[in-house]
Design a protein around this ligand. Structure first.
Ligand SMILES: Nc1ncnc2c1ncn2[C@@H]1O[C@H](COP(=O)(O)OP(=O)(O)O)[C@@H](O)[C@H]1O
Ligand SMILES: [Mg+2]
Length: 269
């Protein structure tokens, strides 16, 4: 893409940006670590973006700021025209480990966000929608099971339902499938793509895996450490819907190689 085309691309993206981060930095007070420095990105509506980088380069910090869980030290984070100042209903989040409550059944876990925001009655009324979501992720019949009766992959799928129950506009995913086995992970990633497409959701995924970032994303942000910053923005032109066999194409290998080279450079600094 030429410079003019790239500039136009950015302008167009900015026009319909769901998230807009401008010069976002985070310094942790206790030790003065600059975890994130001057990150400016915008996420177009319905897009899938990933952030990749070595351990400790500020990925989780960035996501937590976007979720409103911690404030940035500098810069602004705007979601759907409103600054992010705390937890919000239009933000769905998912973490590495399924954080289901063991004393609640699967369906009770799924409607928990509704219970917290709107009370027990509303949560009860939302159970029908919860069952539809369980269907969507292939967990039909597990509504009344307890988390201890679910496999790791199943628990993560239940977490997806819990994230979707409030119908968030954006999904923030912090290494959501890194604790499940590789086959399950491939399957879950394809499911994630399907869910995002069918709901028009805007997704932002933190991952350690270059192939995972490439297969899912329209844009991959490569972060470099100390201080955590965006070192390169890679647009992924593979056609949609993405399929797992694309991993075997030369085009895929080339993109993976390019990102790997950038990560290696970042690590040396
Ligand atoms: N609550 C905290 N207090 C102080 N330092 C932190 C805190 N959380 C993270 N850090 C530091 O900030 C840097 C980035 O951490 P993090 O965002 O967790 O990176 P990543 O998710 O990419 O592994 C690291 O150096 C980490 O030690
Ligand atoms: Mg992290």
């Amino acid at each position: 893409m030429g410079a003019a085309a790239a500039a136009m691309d950015q302008t167009e993206q900015a026009a319909d940006a769901v998230y807009r981060l401008t010069n976002v930095s985070k310094t942790y007070g206790r030790n003065g670590v600059v975890a994130v420095k001057d990150v400016s990105i915008s996420l177009p509506r319905g897009s899938f973006s990933s952030v990749i980088g070595s351990s400790g380069c500020g990925k989780s910090t960035l996501l937590k700021m976007m979720a409103g869980l911690i404030p940035p030290s500098k810069g602004s984070i705007i979601l759907q025209g409103e600054p992010v100042l705390g937890a919000r209903r239009d933000i769905g989040m998912m973490f590495q480990h399924a954080t289901l409550f063991p004393w609640r059944t699967t369906i009770e876990n799924i409607v928990l966000p509704i219970e917290i925001s709107d009370g027990r009655k509303a949560a009860e009324a939302a159970k029908g929608r919860g069952l539809e979501l369980l269907d969507l992720v292939g967990l039909n019949g597990f509504a009344d099971a307890y988390p201890s009766q679910l496999s790791g992959g199943m628990a993560q799928r239940a977490s997806i339902c819990r994230m979707l129950i409030t119908e968030p506009a954006v999904l923030l995913l912090d290494e959501p499938f890194s604790a499940v086995d590789e086959l399950t992970r491939d399957f879950m990633n394809m499911e994630l793509q399907r869910i995002c497409t069918s709901r028009g959701a805007t997704a932002f995924l933190v991952t350690h895996s270059i192939p995972e970032a490439v297969i899912l994303s329209d844009t991959v942000y490569v972060m470099a450490p100390r201080p955590g910053r965006v070192a390169e923005v890679v647009h992924i032109d593979l056609p949609r819907p993405r399929t797992l066999d694309m991993i075997l194409t030369p085009q895929f290998a080339e993109i993976v190689q390019r990102i790997r080279a950038r990560l290696d450079e970042g690590g040396e600094q």
